[in-house]
Design a protein around this ligand. Structure first.
Ligand code: CMC
Length: 432
């Protein structure tokens, strides 16, 4: 128990506030009782400096570029694990032993199908619907098709039927939404393929062309999903926690997380990056024009794929994805002009004082789209890929929040009202 306190002096009174120290030395001032004691709330739009919970899932040091899941460095996990192992780690706190891994993989196979009635949903979305809106809708409706959460003995911890189902089914839903969007027959999951191999097969297998699941792509996809698997209290994870704090079950909470991820400042950035690189390419590589727009304080335009709320150095995930990009493109002998554009843009930004002084480095979304392009994944599916990866993180946070009985309160921020104080109600003459 830490005995250190912080003092806040306001209106001549001194308030003692408890200090919380994390296991890696992070410091926080606990202001939970401040309102009761002083009448003051704290104000922090965008939660720039507000901790919403204590968590044991992911450690992130944005100054040093460190990212760890359950204590393991992201570099080791990306190099040595497959995605399902990392999902297991996030959900349970430990890497699986061979028996546990086998069981988990079996669950992924066992739950991979989706209820046939749900398949009819796909027929009723308008053409060109966004795969993110389809995904969010489908995940929300899993609650009605698979209401087992209410029967799980321990719905809030480790690997439950609901978590295994969700992890497995979301992959099927993602691939089916793509097949439907191009009017191709659905390809069902296979028991002999791994998590990522199955996804690629469901995406690209066609009745008239033999499809071979390429190990190089399986390995790259595993890495990408691992790198996206958790990132502590980001916008979508905080959404999942906030929605879940109202007492709603897992599936609707995750559905809300998909919605939050969609935005171009968050997971939707991987789509926006490709649009930006395409625009620069179409403009004959007029980098100066785009850099100038991004630096103009009167122009809301930004260089997507640069900057991060937490990282003030190179995003460690971006470093690994950059290496994967080169490995995939070189091995497959793909020449993507967007990679040249991306590299040149990164080079120019790294020499521009505007970006350097604001610590704006490439983030996880800057190079990921180029790898997805090499895999033939269409641009409008990129954020769905992010969602696939982030799912174990969302579920782990949802479970952790529910297990923390002491602090598990409904999320409900305060505000400072700045509107009209009070006015008399005057009935308008011609009001019926
Ligand atoms: N291009 C140009 N200027 C930028 C950019 C950018 N990409 N990012 C930040 N800035 C400037 C911003 O204008 C501000 O300048 P000033 O101090 O002169 O007002 C300064 O840098 C600080 O930016 P901020 O908006 O206060 O920072 P934030 O922490 O609120 O926003 C961010 C973080 C990620 C939303 C922002 O950097 C951004 O919009 N980046 C582009 C979108 C993007 O790539 N998003 C993916 C993030 S990583 C994956 C994920 O989390 O999903």
């Amino acid at each position: 128990m830490n005995s250190k306190t912080a003092q806040l002096i306001v209106d001549g009174h001194t308030y003692e506030l408890p200090v919380i120290i994390g296991t890696t030395g992070e410091k926080a001032i606990d202001i939970k009782n401040l309102l009761k004691e002083s009448g003051y709330i704290t104000l922090d739009s965008g939660y720039m400096n507000t901790g919403s919970c204590e968590s044991g899932i992911t450690y992130l040091n944005g100054e040093k570029g460190i990212l760890r899941y359950r204590g393991y460095n992201i570099e080791d996990l990306a190099e040595k694990c497959v995605f399902v192992e990392v999902a297991y780690l996030l959900l349970t706190g430990e890497l699986p032993n061979p028996k546990e891994l086998d069981q988990f993989k079996n669950d992924m196979t066992r739950y991979a199908l989706i209820h046939e009635d749900m398949i009819h949903f796909f027929d009723h979305f308008p053409p060109n619907s966004s795969p993110m809106s389809i995904l969010s809708t489908m995940v929300g409706s899993l609650h009605d098709f698979y209401p087992e959460m209410d029967f799980d003995e321990d719905p809030y911890g480790g690997i439950t039927t609901a978590t295994a189902r969700l992890l497995s089914k979301i992959r099927t839903l993602a691939a089916f939404s793509y097949k439907k969007s191009i009017g191709h027959p659905l390809v069902y999951p296979r028991a002999d393929l791994c998590y990522c191999g199955n996804f690629l097969n469901m995406m690209f297998n066609r009745p008239n062309i033999e499809y071979h699941v390429e190990p190089l792509l399986v390995s790259a996809l595993n890495k990408l999903l691992i790198l996206h698997a958790d990132h502590e209290q980001n916008c979508s994870t905080s959404t999942v926690r906030l929605v879940g704090s109202s007492g709603v079950r897992l599936y609707p909470s995750i559905s809300a997380g998909v919605g939050a991820l969609w935005g171009p400042l968050h997971g939707g950035a991987n789509v926006a990056v490709i649009r930006m690189l395409e625009a620069i390419y179409a403009d004959n590589g007029d980098f100066d024009k785009y850099i100038k727009m991004a630096k103009d304080p009167d122009n809301p335009y930004r260089l997507t794929g640069f900057g991060h709320r937490v990282y003030k150095t190179y995003d460690p995930r971006a470093k690994i994805i950059k290496d994967v990009t080169h490995q995939i493109l070189d091995t497959m002998q793909i020449k993507d002009p967007l990679l040249d554009i991306a590299q040149e843009l990164e080079y120019r930004v790294s020499r521009d004082d505007y970006f350097v002084s604001r610590n704006l480095y490439p983030n996880v979304d800057f190079y990921s789209g180029i790898v997805y392009r090499a895999m033939n994944i269409p641009t409008n599916m990129f954020t769905v890929m992010f969602a696939l990866g982030r799912l174990p993180g969302w579920i782990s946070h949802w479970q952790e929040m529910h297990m923390d009985k002491e602090n598990n309160k409904i999320g409900r921020p305060r505000q400072i009202y700045q509107g009209i104080v009070e006015r008399p109600f005057v009935v308008m003459e011609d009001r019926p």
